[in-house]
Write a protein that binds this ligand. Structure first.
Ligand code: SF4
Ligand code: SF4
Length: 246
């Protein structure tokens, strides 16, 4: 609020909001807030979900997801209608939250590699641990990132990144995923990485099976949404050409 009062122009151009959806939330209410409140209306927003690893939050609070799915369905229909109409809604502040909610995975589909897979393929979602991000504990231990949290250490402030630890983590990951991924139809769009394959202190085969099913269902649904819109309006996603993914 203070930044806005001091420099309205700066606030408009440079301030964005990172939203973490934590049940029990209402997508309708959040959409209303980001459409109507002048403090946030029209600003860049990024949306992520709750990481349910290492928490009993959902089971403790016995969250009923029916309302969430109903709202999601309704907003998806609103999104489809808007995207197949000829009106450009990409910079419409009334549509900002819905578009951001729906668009992320559709951008990945739009930007997917459109060629035959090479003989070796590095999974799209997996980082080289320690290369771009580092999560350092107060004691000085190095971890991959905040999503992996205080698990699977890769070094510390005295010794730097320990290549053997990184190699071992990658080897364990390859054992779990290699053959399955190589034969999986969703390989080019899959976002799994060390963070989603971890259970406790290790990468886990059970967890892999569980997350693969969820991931494939989600990619399937997004492909259906993408094609539903494209069939009605083949130009709907042309604006994504200008979007750069870093
Ligand atoms: S979320 Fe996954 S890919 Fe991203 S930095 Fe963490 S471990 Fe690497
Ligand atoms: S869904 Fe599972 S098997 Fe398929 S590419 Fe992703 S991690 Fe690999």
């Amino acid at each position: 609020m203070k930044i806005k009062e001091k420099n309205e122009e700066y606030y408009k151009e440079h301030i964005g909001f990172l939203i973490t959806l934590v049940p029990s939330y209402s997508l309708y209410e959040i959409n209303k807030f980001f459409s109507e409140d002048l403090l946030v209306r029209g600003h860049l927003i990024l949306i992520s979900g709750l990481n349910t690893d290492d928490t009993t939050f959902l089971s403790d609070y016995k969250i009923d997801s029916t309302r969430y799915y109903e709202e999601q369905k309704h907003l998806t229909n609103t999104y489809i209608k808007a995207m197949i109409s000829d009106k450009d809604r990409t910079s419409d502040p009334d549509f900002n939250f819905i578009r951001t909610l729906m668009e992320k995975e559709l951008i990945d589909i739009y930007k997917r590699q459109k060629c035959l897979l090479p003989p070796t393929y590095f999974p799209a979602g997996v980082c080289a641990p320690g290369m771009r991000r580092l999560f350092v504990s107060p004691e000085g231990t190095f971890y991959m990132c905040e999503r992996v949290g205080y698990h699977l250490p890769i070094g510390d402030i005295d010794n730097g990144i320990e290549i053997t630890k990184v190699r071992n983590i990658i080897s364990d990951y390859i054992i779990l995923f290699d053959e399955n991924c190589a034969n999986c139809w969703s390989l080019c769009l899959c976002k799994h990485c060390f963070s989603s394959a971890r259970k406790g202190e290790n990468l886990s085969m059970d967890k892999r099976k569980e997350i693969c099913e969820i991931q494939k269902n989600s990619i399937h649904n997004n492909l259906v949404l993408y094609m539903t819109i494209l069939e009605k309006n083949p130009q709907s996603f042309d604006y994504m050409k200008e979007i750069k993914i870093s």
